[in-house]
Design a protein around this ligand. Structure first.
Ligand SMILES: [Fe+2]
Length: 364
């Protein structure tokens, strides 16, 4: 029997609708615990025979595995037993190609239009900033599927003039260099970026391109070259340094305690000195996202009060905690970083390299 499949894009629409299907993740429990679509149920293929009677026969079921292969057997078994079942094409690897675009409203007056591009499975957040003339845009921290940005902007007759990476990413393949090349735009990186290709520095060039007040804040710790960016006294792009509930990890290189202290000071001394009314826009959500949840952002004033970094009184306390509570490393992070540093994608299966959840923040 041939299984019916559902594409990630169609599943996205259905999850936003009034009768969302049941997501049945058939991977083993430890894989499920480390990464899954929120709201999924976990029932391994071997458990299914015994447990399927617990499932609702009137509700559509989508079976999910890592790559859309092993879940076919489960779907077949369910279909034979009268359940309406489809297989998620490409599994979670396919789900990682799904993006959602949400407009961000500033708290203070700004003529910039900012859109958060949410990569739901991976938890990556990037941004399209439409400039005051409404005809040009910059893209910040784009994920590898460039078409998600170009389709949207082309449809609105907006030309990309610059593409920015706030640091050299280790969790996802950046589209930055390629997108800039394809659109004849300027590729901007922090001046301290150790990459093997020429680039223009954000510090020297961004202000002239965006035409509004711009501040580049050096915020090392997550990586040495990391920066955060304030645009038009309204939007604060906090990269992987500051998230809504927590902060970025500083433990992927050597000198974990030293880097943790640096990150602590970047947040407390550099970012927290800015105005409470700035809208904070991080480069990641802290977990996998569901469609239709809106933007992942908060006002800086709220973050100053509620962020978990407040649990620590000193950089020493913070550094000790980070050293004693190592987080799992992101899958393939060395290889991904190497690709981003070289700017060469070569023949790598990028979706395969990126398979796995978001491990960019620390749980404090
Ligand atoms: Fe990062």
């Amino acid at each position: 029997m041939k299984n019916e499949t559902i594409s990630p894009a169609t599943l996205l629409q259905k999850l936003r609708g009034t009768n969302p299907p049941l997501l049945l993740d058939v991977r083993n429990n430890s894989d499920f615990q480390s990464w899954h679509i929120p709201g999924s149920e976990n029932m391994t293929a071997s458990d299914l025979e015994q447990k399927m009677s617990q499932l609702d026969k009137d509700r559509e079921i989508v079976t999910i595995c890592a790559r859309g292969v092993s879940s076919k057997g489960s779907a077949e078994l369910l279909s034979k037993n009268g359940y309406q079942t489809k297989v998620l094409e490409g599994g979670l690897k396919g789900w990682n190609t799904v993006y959602e675009i949400v407009e961000i409203k500033p708290v203070t007056l700004s003529y910039l239009e900012v859109f958060q591009v949410k990569r739901l499975g991976k938890g990556c957040l990037s941004y399209m900033v439409v400039l005051v003339d409404k005809k040009h845009a910059i893209v910040i921290d784009p994920s590898q599927h460039l078409i998600k940005y170009t389709d949207y902007l082309n449809e609105h007759n907006i030309k990309i003039v610059a593409v920015i990476d706030t640091h050299i990413h280790a969790d996802h393949i950046s589209a930055g260099r390629l997108l800039a090349e394809q659109e004849s735009a300027t590729y901007l990186l922090p001046k301290k970026s150790a990459v093997s290709f020429p680039f223009q520095s954000l510090e020297d060039s961004l202000r002239g391109i965006v035409g509004v007040e711009t501040q580049i804040i050096e915020t090392p710790g997550h990586t040495n070259e990391s920066v955060c960016i304030v645009l038009d006294k309204s939007f604060l792009f906090t990269s992987d340094t500051l998230f809504v509930e927590s902060v970025g990890r500083s433990d992927l290189g050597q000198e974990v305690a030293h880097n943790a202290k640096i990150l602590f000071h970047s947040v407390i001394d550099e970012i927290f000195k800015f105005d409470d009314k700035l809208v904070v826009l991080p480069a990641h959500n802290q977990k996998t996202m569901l469609p239709g949840e809106g933007a992942y952002s908060a006002m800086l004033g709220d973050i100053k009060k509620k962020n978990d970094i407040n649990k620590f009184n000193t950089d020493d306390e913070f550094a000790s905690f980070i050293k004693e509570h190592p987080s799992p490393t992101p899958p393939n992070y060395s290889k991904i970083k190497e690709i981003n540093k070289s700017g060469e994608r070569s023949d790598n299966d990028l979706d395969e390299l990126e398979l796995g959840g978001n491990r960019c923040s620390v749980s404090l």
